[in-house]
Design a binder for this molecule. Structure first.
Ligand SMILES: *Cc1c(COP(=O)(O)O)cnc(C)c1O
Length: 375
């Protein structure tokens, strides 16, 4: 065990990333798996996850930002990297220098990206994003053909793909997924009629991959499932074979025995109903533990027991009610993960906070050391 300068850290099990990548690559069938490592690999560490996924069957990577792509190139990762939305023009030179695959959809952005590529005497790889109903980014499906024609007419751009993104694939009952699939299929059929179909056509995120909605497309852009997290509580039955890669651990830094009626943490908002042992943990909301988790039934595991958070989570420390448990300074604590047969998943925490597992792991701040297991 590595000794760290702080008693709060996350462990990322790269064997779990390998297992999930292989499983999802099989599920993707003939389609390539492109591992989504945006937001520092959903909090797990983009470079380590990217390398591991690429060794285990992934053939490309997806990120949200030009600088996230740059970070991968600085680490000498040479695989295709798709930046999944348009970036500010000031980033274009770097993106072209990094040989990333740009996502484009606005007429003016396409023209500007082409101009920068021409000035650099290079050819920029482009995937056109089509909005089939999510209404976040993309060319409206009605005008997507004009964008294909525009990109195809520019010699400094090469249209290598077209794709769309599901709004509700993680909600299996939702009708919009079938509508989006149909609109996209009609667009691809029209490209085929005009013999303009690019090399890649893609639609699936994790939820769609787990639901086998990949169809005739040839890349899946898998994110959350790679980390062993179900895209939603509704999807949990589809995600049973995934292995969570991340464990969030700490050690008890201080122990007090407090009488019934004593208040704990800022505002003394929490009053002990009975005499209890209260343990302090050396991490807080600056590390990504949501401050409001104390009010929403948040718990941690100590000695395999669920101990409720007592009082507001502070910036660097938090308290938990251990009842009559014999707790000592240095004892093992699990905020997320498994301990003696008990588990707390990202989705367990998320459900308490009316959010999704993604937000919990993405919020773990860079201040928390990351330890990689099974490298
Ligand atoms: C984040 C993202 C993904 C990955 O989504 P998951 O639900 O994590 O699999 C795929 N495509 C796009 C466009 C994204 O923004």
């Amino acid at each position: 065990m590595v000794e760290l300068n702080r008693w709060a850290w996350i462990e990322v099990d790269l064997a779990a990333i390998r297992h999930n990548t292989a499983l999802l690559a099989r599920r993707a069938g003939r389609a390539q798996l492109w591992a989504t490592v945006k937001a520092n690999g959903y909090g797990h560490g983009a470079i380590e996850v990217a390398r591991t996924a690429l060794e285990s069957g992934a053939q490309g990577l997806c990120v949200a930002l030009a600088d996230e792509a740059h970070q991968l190139r600085m680490a000498e990762i040479a695989a295709p990297v798709l930046v999944v939305s348009e970036q500010p023009p000031v980033a274009f030179e770097q993106m072209l220098g990094d040989n990333v695959v740009a996502t484009l959809y606005n007429e003016a952005t396409i023209a500007e990206y082409a101009k920068t590529a021409a000035r650099l005497k290079t050819v920029g790889a482009v995937h056109l994003k089509v909005d089939t109903g999510m209404h976040r980014v993309g060319a409206p499906v009605e005008s997507a053909m004009s964008r294909v024609e525009q990109i195809s007419s520019l010699s400094s751009l090469k249209l290598e793909g077209v794709y769309t993104h599901f709004a509700a694939a993680d909600l299996p009952q939702h009708a919009e997924t079938a509508n989006q699939t149909r609109r996209f299929a009609e667009f691809i059929a029209e490209l085929d009629r005009r013999s303009m179909r690019p090399k890649h056509v893609h639609i699936s995120n994790s939820a769609a991959t787990l639901r086998d909605l990949t169809g005739q497309t040839d890349i899946v852009r898998v994110g959350v499932a790679l980390y062993g997290i179900s895209p939603s509580v509704e999807m949990q039955a589809h995600a049973t074979e995934l292995r969570p890669a991340l464990a969030w651990r700490a050690r008890v830094s201080h122990v007090q025995r407090l009488a019934a009626g004593e208040g704990v943490s800022y505002g003394l908002r929490h009053r002990l109903e009975r005499e209890a042992t209260v343990a302090t943990l050396p991490l807080g909301y600056a590390d990504g533990v949501p401050r409001r988790l104390w009010k929403s039934g948040g718990e941690v595991l100590i000695a395999g027991r669920r101990c409720p958070i007592a009082g507001v989570v502070t910036m660097d420390q938090m308290m938990v009610d251990c009842g009559d448990l014999d707790v000592k300074i240095g004892d093992d604590v699990v905020l997320l993960g498994e301990q003696l047969g008990q588990t707390i998943s990202a989705n367990d925490i998320a459900t308490k906070l009316d959010t999704i597992g993604y937000e919990i792991v993405c919020a773990i701040s860079s201040r928390v050391p990351r330890v990689y297991l099974n490298q």
